[in-house]
Ligand binder design. Structure first.
Ligand SMILES: NC(=O)c1ccc[n+]([C@@H]2O[C@H](COP(=O)([O-])OP(=O)(O)OC[C@H]3O[C@@H](n4cnc5c(N)ncnc54)[C@H](OP(=O)(O)O)[C@@H]3O)[C@@H](O)[C@H]2O)c1
Length: 339
């Protein structure tokens, strides 16, 4: 029986909760996985703790009204750090918002979870990118797992693909479409829209934020590239080591000209082994129509692995979404359950 604690209970946290409610019996039968949610701590939705377990469907109902703190019979009002340190969970699920400049407050949550000997699963890329090696060393020292599949391309299994299915290969390069918003914009520009029109549509559909800087200037993809460089190639590089350019300089004329050459503009995140080192970049590249990445349109993500034994392997899938990202946490939790 795995005891779970949610830190943050927004879209992704509730996505995982819905999966757990729906698949409880199936997970038990097929994967010998049984769980109890003992704590939830969220800023506005509230906090509740019961060492003997909380009803997840009830928590989802209460979250909708920001009334988790009214959960009957539970200890309420604990903030994130108190919950992490004091609760009896085996696994902390950290799904608060991401800050890709400082990693906070999630970095403190991560450290507290690992320091207190609890496994940590997360989709939060800020602290994962910024403090990758330190957090992995802390997890190893404490004898617990730190898993973060959903920090890159949501539930589409890129990190597990590397560690399980491609084990034994040397990965010399990964390159891919790591940001759905920019890919949606570039795809729409191919349909004849200007950058401004395509961005506006992305905002109307909820793909892009009111302030789209993190996506269109490549910062979101940059954090993912740093995680890939560190986790797939063991590189010790920071965000400052990555050559980054966003898509704001790509005009409709550039898109049309690429089409005439049989190419497409894509914002490509790339990590390449370079002798003993590793080079990383995020920049718009004109990819040939024969490249599998060229066929990936809209908000979909994709990553090509260049390997020594298998050649090139491309995985295509969702890079965001409530259930799609919630699933990334489920696979990490099942991995821990199978240890
Ligand atoms: N959504 C996706 O498709 C997706 C995909 C990949 C990765 N991610 C990552 O997954 C994480 C969660 O994303 P999301 O979409 O679920 O975001 P969200 O809906 O904004 O949920 C985050 C939740 O964390 C709570 N929170 C923030 N700071 C907190 C703190 N210090 N203590 C307790 N709770 C706190 C927020 O509370 P209030 O709202 O009450 O302030 C909110 O309910 C983010 O790091 C995001 O980058 C998301």
């Amino acid at each position: 029986m795995q005891k779970l604690c949610f830190i943050g209970f927004g879209i992704v946290g509730q996505g995982l909760a819905e999966i757990l409610v729906k698949k409880k019996e199936e997970l038990k039968k097929k994967h010998d996985f049984d769980f109890q949610v003992v704590a939830v701590s969220d800023f506005i939705k509230g906090a509740a703790y019961n060492p003997k377990g909380l009803d997840l469907s009830r928590l989802l109902e209460l979250a909708g009204d920001n009334k988790i703190s009214e959960y009957p019979g539970a200890r309420t009002g604990w903030d994130a750090l108190t919950t992490i340190k004091e609760c009896n969970a085996d696994i902390v699920i950290e799904v608060t918002y991401t800050d890709i400049k400082t990693g906070q407050p999630a970095y403190d949550h991560f450290r507290a979870a690992l320091e207190s000997g609890k496994h940590l699963v997360t989709t939060n890329k800020g602290p994962t990118a910024l403090f990758f090696h330190e957090l992995n060393a802390l997890a190893a020292k404490k004898g617990v797992k730190f898993l973060y599949e959903g920090t890159v391309v949501a539930g589409t299994p890129v990190l597990n693909l590397n560690s399980l299915c491609l084990a034994g290969n040397r990965v010399d390069e990964v390159r891919g479409i790591l940001n759905g918003t920019t890919n949606f914009i570039l795809t729409n520009m191919e349909g004849g829209k200007s950058y401004e029109e395509a961005l506006r549509e992305a905002q109307e559909l909820g793909y892009a934020e009111a302030d789209p800087t993190a996506d269109v200037e490549g910062f979101d993809a940059l954090a993912k590239v740093v995680i890939l460089a560190q986790s797939l190639m063991g590189a010790k590089l920071g965000e400052e080591d990555v050559d980054r350019t966003g898509i704001t300089g790509i005009s409709l004329e550039d898109v049309k000209a690429a089409g005439r050459e049989g190419k497409r503009w894509k914002l490509i995140g790339q990590v390449t082994r370079d002798g003993a080192g590793v080079r990383a970049s995020v920049k718009p590249q004109k990819v040939d129509l024969t490249d599998p990445l060229a066929a990936v349109g809209g908000a979909t993500n994709a990553l090509t692995f260049v390997t020594d034994l298998l050649g090139e392997v491309t995985i295509v899938g969702p890079g965001a979404g409530k259930i799609e990202t919630g699933f990334s946490l489920l696979i990490d939790i099942l991995t821990i359950n199978n240890i």
